[in-house]
Design a protein around this ligand. Structure first.
Ligand SMILES: [Ca+2]
Length: 329
């Protein structure tokens, strides 16, 4: 009798997360917006455990706080360039097939995978169930509640256990760190085994990164970023002074899309002419302020991660890996 009572209490404690009012509301949303039934949703939910660590990490995101130099140094490091070359050579045929099939440069695919997961070495120390549950309810977020439902759909479709999968604190999964809605929308079953497996299949992981860029408008061999020479008055600015600059357009913001003439007329002069819409990026890098021009492909990379620094780092790492590659072959 005592044993049964104990068992009853244990079960009761474990199922309490599904009794929360905010979680109950989500359960109804999940049932009416998917083909999952109540028992399936409950089975996932009852495994979830909110993570305090994920909340702390969310409030310290490097894209917001770091200077460009320190942001860049951790991402475009000598080690990451060498490891990028190694990853490229290890998967050369696969990457070349993907490049051909999706029309996306292998150097940028490798660069993104390098920055996201150190070429598959680091898938994060969380599981997507706890990470996304935390983002969905602490504080309440409709966006992340939808991601939680997308996660359940992946788990059901491919018979996976989200608690056993790996993710970043933000719930991004696999080689290219896809959140669940991206996994469902852009994930590719490139090895044709019936499963989009971004965790253990290099084929699926690499092709899915390429597909993401393709769907968002990548044009192979078009310009991504070009650096142009600027006058000393500008190139001697410190990182702090860049922030204080008053210009008729917003710099270092991927939402700025203007012509080369508009950039020049506004005060950042350079000699070259470029057609198309440009995002002006004025960055203090290695002791000097430089002007980088971001073209359409640059803004495609910001669809992957909504940060100008992220996209510029992806470009610079891709360039360095490409340079090493042609020195090697
Ligand atoms: Ca597959």
């Amino acid at each position: 009798m005592r044993f049964f009572l104990f068992l009853f209490l244990t079960l009761n404690v474990e199922s309490s997360i599904a009794e929360r009012d905010d979680v109950k509301e989500f359960i109804e949303f999940a049932i009416s917006n998917s083909d999952l039934d109540r028992d399936e949703v409950l089975a996932f939910i009852e495994d979830a455990k909110p993570s305090k660590k994920a909340v702390v990490l969310k409030n310290n995101q490097p894209e917001v706080k770091a200077t460009w130099d320190s942001y860049r140094n951790t991402r475009v490091s000598a080690t990451r360039i060498i490891n990028g070359l190694k990853f490229l050579l290890d998967h050369k045929i696969l990457l070349e097939n993907v490049e051909k099939d999706f029309g996306v440069s292998k150097f940028y695919i490798v660069s993104i995978i390098g920055i996201e997961t150190n070429y598959g070495r680091n898938y994060g120390s969380f599981n997507p169930l706890d990470a996304i549950f935390t983002r969905a309810f602490d504080p309440k977020s409709k966006y992340w509640q939808n991601e939680l439902l997308e996660l359940f759909k992946i788990a059901k479709r491919y018979n996976l256990k989200p608690k056993n999968m790996r993710s970043s604190w933000s719930g991004a999964m696999g080689l290219g760190q896809f959140i669940p809605s991206s996994y469902n929308s852009y994930g590719v079953d490139y090895n044709n085994d019936g499963v989009v497996d971004l965790m253990d299949s290099r084929e699926d992981g690499i092709a899915s990164v390429a597909n993401y860029l393709k769907v968002h408008g990548w044009i192979n061999n078009a310009l991504t970023v070009e650096e142009v020479e600027i006058e000393n008055r500008i190139s001697s600015l410190s990182e702090f002074q860049i922030d204080e600059l008053v210009l008729p357009y917003r710099i270092n913001n991927f939402r700025t899309k203007i012509t080369a003439d508009e950039i020049k007329d506004g005060g950042l002069e350079f000699n070259e002419n470029f057609s198309g819409k440009i995002t002006p990026l004025l960055m203090h890098q290695s002791g000097k302020t430089r002007l980088f021009l971001g073209f359409d492909n640059f803004r495609v990379i910001t669809k992957y991660n909504r940060s100008s620094k992220y996209a510029l780092a992806v470009h610079q790492l891709a360039e360095e890996i490409e340079k090493k590659y042609y020195e090697t072959i």
